[in-house]
Design a binder for this molecule. Structure first.
Ligand code: R5P
Length: 310
């Protein structure tokens, strides 16, 4: 089987960088749009190929998912022998349960649609929930960008620093940073009021007099990070650095990040960057991580060292 990289329109720059590291180029493709908005992607020759379709599902999330479903089906019909959906940022993962009656379980719906479209395996990076694996009938490879981000932070992290999880869901992630950086962990108790409004009042752990490194899986509106920074300061700490794998950066995130009393906000290029300007914002590339994972999967080798620990 020959290795083939197919790129959706969500992040051609990342797909190109991954393909280059693998010594190839994305297969030619095009994305047409009917006058009513319908998408019609097309892929080139793929017969017998081991195909990796790279499409992070940032905004517009639903359009990017639908394009991915169509692309997967196009690959299957073009004769691909094995199809892997590479979705570095997996949208809808926050809808992993019903928070009130009458809601859908959005993550399950898109997982089912991926499988129905032809994906035989899924590769993601630091998904919002590890429950994604249980929701998917296909094998799910959960890679982690924590070592990449922690290494980028390490030279600037002061001795007395503490790693801060801005909510309970981020505790495991914070523990992974803490293990690489050899620092203790503190945890903020957050309540989400609406999609863009959160309240954080308490913190478990000692932050008084310490610089805090606040870590999360994603920054969407920045409200969670802003609230965590306020709690840290209210308890006598300082907000030193922020790190998050996925920089969605929507709905006023740019302004919130600019106002944060921190010198550095580090994310990755799992999503296209550049639409939010902040001198403190810096993105590490996940292209080497993805290229390494794809190369090993293609050669049926284990992903030891690239996967998030259970
Ligand atoms: C939620 O639990 C996630 O881990 C993030 O904390 C959240 O999605 C970030 O969103 P925002 O930046 O809008 O607060």
């Amino acid at each position: 089987m020959s290795l083939r990289i197919a790129a959706g329109s969500a992040h051609p720059g990342l797909a190109g960088a991954v393909a280059k590291l693998l010594g190839t180029e994305p297969v030619p493709g095009e994305l047409a749009r009917f006058p009513d908005g319908e998408l019609r992607p097309a892929v080139g020759h793929l017969r017998g190929g081991d195909v990796y379709v790279i499409q992070p599902t940032g905004p517009p999330v639903s359009d990017h998912f639908l394009e991915l479903f169509l692309l997967l089906d196009a690959c299957r019909r073009a004769g691909a022998q094995r199809i892997t959906a590479v979705v570095p940022y997996f949208g809808y993962a926050r809808q992993d349960r019903r928070s009130q009656p009458g809601e859908p379980v959005g993550a399950r719906v898109v997982a089912d649609a991926l499988a129905a479209s032809g994906a035989q395996r899924l590769v993601v990076i630091d998904p919002h929930t590890v429950a994604l694996e249980a929701m998917c009938g296909m094998p799910v490879e959960m890679l982690t960008a924590v070592p990449v981000l922690a290494q980028a932070l390490a030279p600037d992290v002061p001795g007395g620093a503490v790693i801060v999880a801005p909510d309970l869901g981020a505790v495991k992630l914070a523990e992974r940073y803490a293990s690489v950086l050899q620092r203790p962990v503190a945890v903020v108790r957050k309540t989400r009021i609406t999609g863009a409004i959160v309240r954080a009042e308490e913190i478990a752990g000692d932050v008084a007099g310490r610089p805090a490194v606040i870590v999360d899986d994603m920054i969407s509106t920045g409200a969670t990070i802003e609230a965590a920074a306020q709690v840290v300061r209210a308890h006598g700490g300082t907000c030193h650095t922020v790190a998050a794998t996925h920089g969605l950066l929507v709905g006023g995130a740019g302004q919130r990040l600019r106002q944060l009393p921190t010198s550095r906000v580090v994310t990755t290029d799992s999503l296209p960057q550049g639409h939010t300007s902040s001198p403190a914002l810096h993105a590490e590339s996940v292209a080497p991580l993805l290229a390494d994972a794809i190369s090993r999967l293609h050669h049926d080798q284990p992903l030891a060292g690239l996967r998030a620990p259970a």
